[in-house]
Design a protein around this ligand. Structure first.
Ligand SMILES: C[S@@+](CC[C@H](N)C(=O)[O-])C[C@H]1O[C@@H](n2cnc3c(N)ncnc32)[C@H](O)[C@@H]1O
Length: 249
């Protein structure tokens, strides 16, 4: 399913959406849990690539990864939405910002050590082109997350589109195999991966109890379910030449 790019771009270009984004997504105790889970997974994957000089966060939004990924490196935030960048600037005055489109990255080939993109590919009109662009620009690694099927979260866009009437952009769900193929076509292989929650975020939000969320997700992890049906998937890809025999997932 191809999404009209304008949808997502006009959504995040709305000043009210941009202003409210961080609190909507990561506010409150359950939102804080999502934030810590997402940043922890990116951090764990990024630790495989110590001492990067330049880290670029594509579709950075309000810069949730800046503190965990940017540590010790020059962290650069790139986004298509000037409004999201304006909000990021207000939160983090010294972060270098780049306005740009993930489909045609405004960076020279192999000029960035690590590229990260959280909750971006799911919204793009042509995600394969964006993947190829990340691999053109990245020298050491590309770390992405994406809603993955099979998972309970994969049912969400369909269910939600039946009942939702507002302008929130729809998103795409991926298979790990599709993502691997897109990166392989650009000469990159997965070297490490992790999974997010087994139950959909919306259910966690509905219950509204971090204690419940931690408990149920911990049981699911112990039962081995997170590995099978946790979503999103968080995956680190490296150039084939650097993967050695460590290609996994
Ligand atoms: C769901 S938000 C995620 C923000 C942030 N990465 C996070 O996880 O909190 C998606 C972000 O991608 C940006 N975006 C959408 N299409 C884009 C494109 N073609 N190029 C660059 N950024 C884009 C939006 O402006 C928005 O800031």
């Amino acid at each position: 399913m191809l999404l009209p790019a304008r949808d997502v771009i006009s959504h995040y270009s709305d000043p009210r959406i941009a202003e409210a984004f961080h609190a909507d997504r990561y506010g409150g105790p359950v939102g804080a849990l999502f934030l810590s889970q997402e940043t922890r997974q990116f951090h764990a994957l990024a630790c495989r690539f110590p001492h990067p000089r330049i880290v670029v966060d594509l579709g950075a939004g309000t810069g949730k990864l800046a503190d965990t990924i940017g540590e010790g490196a020059r962290y650069v935030a790139m986004d298509r939405s000037a409004e999201m960048l304006r909000v990021l600037r207000a939160r983090r005055t010294s972060t270098p910002l780049v306005a740009g489109d993930a489909h045609t990255l405004p960076f020279r080939s192999k000029s960035v050590d690590v590229l990260v993109a959280s909750r971006l590919l799911m919204h793009l009109a042509d995600w394969r082109t964006a993947v190829a662009e990340t691999c053109r620009v990245a020298r050491c690694a590309v770390i992405v997350d994406f809603p993955v099927s099979p998972s309970f979260a994969a049912l969400e866009p369909g269910v939600w589109s039946l009942c939702r009437r507002d302008s929130h952009p729809r998103h795409r769900v991926f298979s790990v195999a599709d993502m691997r193929r897109a990166f392989a076509a650009a000469g990159f292989l997965p070297v490490d991966s992790r999974r997010g929650f087994v139950l959909p975020y919306r259910l966690h939000r509905f219950v509204g109890s971090p204690r419940f969320s931690r408990a149920i997700e911990s049981v699911a992890t112990r039962l081995g379910l997170a590995h099978l049906i946790g979503s999103p998937a968080f995956v680190a890809f490296v150039p084939t030449s650097a993967a050695g025999d460590g290609g996994v997932t």
